[in-house]
Structure formats: C-alpha cells, structure tokens
Design a protein around this ligand. Structure first.
Ligand SMILES: O=P(O)(O)OC[C@H]1O[C@H](O[C@H]2O[C@H](CO)[C@@H](O)[C@H](O)[C@H]2O)[C@H](O)[C@@H](O)[C@@H]1O
Ligand code: UDP
Length: 482
C-alpha cells in the first residue's frame, strides 16, 4: 500500500471519543486507552499510517489554562480534543446517540424520539465541523467514524466550501444499518442519511448493511442506485462499499510470548485442570445478548448434569454507557441471573459461572483467551465483533472453538470456521456449546486454520489502508465511477 504515502501527512480521523479518555486525578490530567472495537481497529492502523485524531476527550474542561494542559498531554499521541460542555456531551452521547440512534441501528423496538437530545446531537456535529474545517488544509483526507457523527460530512462540506478548501470526506459506520422499515422509526431519518451522503466514500462492515443503506437511500430520498456500489444524489456521486475491519493479530501473539503472560497462562491452566473453560468478553450492552447467554448457559447446565464441576463460563462484562438507564437496568438484571445460576448449579467444589463486571488489562485478556476451550459470543445484533477475531489470534496452541451468534457482523465471514447458532434459542445455544466442547481435534484444527487465515488476511491495517487508498482515489478523480 505504498501509494498512500503522500496522503499520510494530511489524514484526519474523526470519532466521537478520542482513543484516550482524559481524567483529572489529584489536580493533573491523565489519559488512558478507551475501550471498544472502534479504538481497537483504528489503533491497529497506527502501525502503518500517520494521522491526526479529532474527538471528545471524555471530560469537561472549562478553564482555558486547563484546556491547554489537556491539549498538550494529548498532542504526543497526535490526538486533538474537541471540548464540549458536560450537559451537551451528555445529551449527544447518552441522550441521542446511545438511547435513540443505537437501538434503532440494532433493531431494538420501543425507541422514543425526543427533540432536546436531537438538538444536542446537531450542535455537537456542528462544533466538530467548525473545529475540523478550521484545521484541515485543501487536499486533506477526512475520515469520519460512526453513528455519533452522521451529520458531520454535510456540515463539514458546507464549511470547507465557504473557506475555499477542497477535501475528500470518508465515512465508516461501525454498527449494522438496519433493513427496510426499521430506519423509518426515526423521525429525523432523512437528515441523518443526507448527512452521510455528503461523503465521497461510505464504508460498511458487511454487504448486508451496505445493501440496506442503498435500499433506504432509494426509497427515502429517491436517490439513483442502479449502478452497483454507487449512489447518485443531488448531483453528487457517492461510493459505497464493504471494508472488512479487523485487529492487529501480532499484538496478541506478541503478548502471549511475554514471560508474565506465559506465567499467568500456566497458573490458569493449573487452576482449571480437568475443567473446560468457556470465555465471553463483551461490553455490557443489550446488543451483546448477555441475558440470552446466561440463560442459554443455564439451559446447557440443566441439559448436562454429567458435566457438573467440569465446565466453567468466565464472562467479562466491560462497563459501558453507565449513565444510560437502560444500561443500568441491564446490569442489575445480569447480576440477578448470574446469582440464580450459581445458586442453582454451584457445589462445594465450585461455581460454574464467573461473572466479572469490569474491564481487564490487555495481558490478562490474552491469557484468558488463550486458556479457553470455547469462546461464546451471543450478540443479538453487532456491527462486527472484534472479540471473535481476538480469540482466534490467541488459539495457535489450543485450537479452541468459536461459538458465534449468526447476528454478529463477524458471522458473515466466520461461519465456516465456527459453530453458529440463533441467540434467542436456548436449546440451540446449549447444543452449540456441547458440540463445541466435543468437537474432535481434527475438526477443531480445520476450523481454527480457516479462521486464522481470515483474521491474518483481514487486519485493521489492511482495512484502514484500503479505505484511505479508495478515498484518495475519489479525491484525485471525483467524477469517475466507483
Ligand atoms: O465508545 P463506547 O460508547 O464505549 O462504545 C464502544 C464502541 O462500541 C461500538 O463498537 C462497534 O465498532 C466495532 C469496530 O468496528 C464493531 O466490531 C462492533 O460490533 C461495534 O459495536 C461503537 O460502534 C463504537 O463507536 C464505540 O466506540
Ligand atoms: O476489558 C476490556 C475487554 C475488552 N476490550 C476490547 O473491547 C473491544 C470490543 O470490540 P468489539 O468489536 O467486540 O465490540 P464493541 O465493544 O466495539 O461493540 C475488543 O477489542 C476488546 O479487546 C476492552 O477494551 N476492555
């Protein structure tokens, strides 16, 4: 991908949150890595490509001197903060993005639209547009990420035009884009789609999401969509494609080589001698199907009393969006279910479920992935799900089995190498777990090798480089077909 060298200097990445969240500790500003797949995928790109990253630092900073301190602390990581007032950030992130837009994108019903958070969403997109238009030079490539910023391409294009600057704008959606009627649930659906359509290139994780978006543009805006991979709207040509997001597999294999990680793996193996380990790692979010997972595991334990004390599910539920009531309620519900499962199936020898409501350090995560015989992912909908990739990257030795919901975006590519199931069907999940635990070594090896090939061929670096390459082509030849 050598030809992107020139554009590297002028690449601007924009996401709602910076990869580093800033916190004030004892009067000084400290930054730590944010969690989630978007950060994982874009962090993988840093190895091969240089860029400036614009986003919200996750903290309100009012004092101008403090703002300078925060800016300086982030500068070292090429991160540029866009400061937002606390209540505006709250209404944008929690109010509209996560309470209204996120559920619609993930096919959740019963969403209630509210004007105040919508106005906050607009305002934040405007503030981002102001800051980025000011910093961008003509010829910059601007790559906008995710559902928090769907209006940004349009707002940005207007401002750049007023300032006489010409830049290529790309947009990547990290969530699903829902089919047909679902998008209509949102009264502001048209504004959001038009916002995205001001991009030169739009990327989705799967062909299904891409096609859903194209169909919506045709039915809602009467856009011309006859030519594959392009949308003609208001005299502009927008290219649409699938770009497979991945991880940096080396980061995981390198971690497994470290002496302290090796030591941790040894001690976990000793602790779980004679016990099959199932691992789950998910943000605590409705879309991850955690309720379904615990209930399915309960059904599995009921179906297989002979496996008492011989199987353990280690579930990491990473705290997420804790200011949103629906997420707080889910946390309470999961604690109750986890307690009931252990109440029902525990013996003096141990408990079958280890439910951890916290994030885990990276090295601990890789050790956990490595000792697990099975990885169980139960998403009811999920843009991609990079945990599936990470588990595979840590299974060189064991050839563990991936049990993967058919509703994760990753299932579009990984079904052949995994055991797929429908997350709403407890019996199917129980059978899938049982089959995974009993797969013969040759089949495990074959499935693992298939998945390893896919994960190694579709890295985050390749994803980023391919997108940027296509975007810079749009910049050089804007009128050409996609
Ligand atoms: O930033 P948060 O609100 O804490 O949420 C974390 C991220 O969640 C979502 O991740 C998505 O992107 C992943 C990478 O493409 C994909 O694998 C996953 O299926 C998606 O859920 C969200 O889209 C990100 O913006 C958040 O940062
Ligand atoms: O304590 C943890 C456990 C996991 N992860 C990472 O969070 C990401 C989750 O990405 P995924 O695409 O599976 O889902 P998302 O959370 O983005 O919806 C993965 O890279 C995990 O390694 C994390 O940041 N902290």
């Amino acid at each position: 991908m050598g030809s992107i060298t020139d554009e590297k200097r002028n690449l601007i990445i924009v996401s709602n949150r910076l990869p580093l969240s800033v916190k004030q500790v004892d009067g000084t500003y400290q930054s730590s890595l944010s969690s989630g797949g978007l950060v994982t995928s874009l962090s993988g790109l840093t190895k091969s490509t240089k860029f400036q990253w614009f986003g919200w630092p996750g903290i309100e900073v009012k004092d101008p001197n403090d703002r300078e301190d925060v800016k300086r602390s982030l500068e070292a990581h090429n991160a540029i903060p866009i400061f937002l007032d606390r209540s505006l950030a709250h209404e944008h992130y929690n109010g509209f993005s996560n309470r209204i837009l996120w559920p619609v994108l993930h096919y959740q019903s019963g969403v209630v639209f509210d004007e105040t958070p919508w106005q906050a969403y607009r305002r934040v997109n405007e503030l981002f547009a102001d800051a980025i238009a000011k910093s961008a030079d003509s010829g910059s490539l601007i790559w906008v990420h995710d559902y928090h910023l769907m209006l940004l391409p349009e707002l940005l294009r207007d401002r750049l035009k007023q300032q006489g600057k010409s830049c290529a704008i790309g947009f990547s959606l990290h969530t699903p884009f829902p089919a047909g009627d679902f998008w209509r649930n949102l009264p502001v659906r048209k504004h959001l789609i038009e916002g995205m359509l001001s991009s030169d290139l739009i990327g989705f994780h799967t062909d299904e999401y891409k096609q859903n978006f194209i169909d919506t543009c045709a039915s809602l805006l009467n856009a011309r969509t006859e030519i594959p991979n392009q949308i003609q709207y208001k005299n502009r040509l927008v290219c649409i494609n699938k770009f497979i997001v991945g991880i940096d597999p080396e980061k995981f294999t390198d971690s497994l080589q470290k002496p302290d990680v090796q030591e941790r793996i040894r001690s976990l193996k000793e602790r779980y001698k004679g016990v099959k380990v199932i691992v789950g790692v998910d943000r605590l979010d409705h879309i991850k199907g955690l309720t379904q997972k615990l209930k399915g595991f309960d059904a599995f334990l009921d179906d297989h009393p002979e496996l008492q004390n011989k199987v353990v599910l280690i579930q990491v539920a990473v705290p997420s969006r804790e200011d949103v009531k629906e997420y707080q309620d889910l946390e309470t519900e999961l604690c109750t279910i986890a307690g009931k499962i252990n109440g029902k199936h525990a013996t003096p020898e141990g408990t079958p479920l280890l439910y951890m409501h916290r994030s885990v350090p990276f090295n601990e995560l890789t050790a956990l992935y490595s000792v697990a015989d099975v990885c169980l992912l139960t998403s009811t909908r999920d843009g991609m799900n990079l945990v599936a990739f990470e588990y595979v990257a840590c299974q060189e030795e064991r050839h563990g089995v991936l049990v993967l919901s058919e509703f994760a975006g990753a299932a579009s590519f990984m079904t052949n190498g995994s055991i797929p199931f429908h997350p709403a069907n407890k019996t199917e999940m129980s059978e899938a777990i049982f089959n995974a635990l009993n797969l013969d070594p040759a089949e495990r090896k074959a499935k693992y090798e298939y998945l390893r090939g896919f994960v190694n061929a579709n890295t985050s670096a390749k994803w980023g480089e391919t997108f940027i390459e296509k975007l810079s082509l749009r910049c050089r030849r804007p009128g050409e077909s996609c």
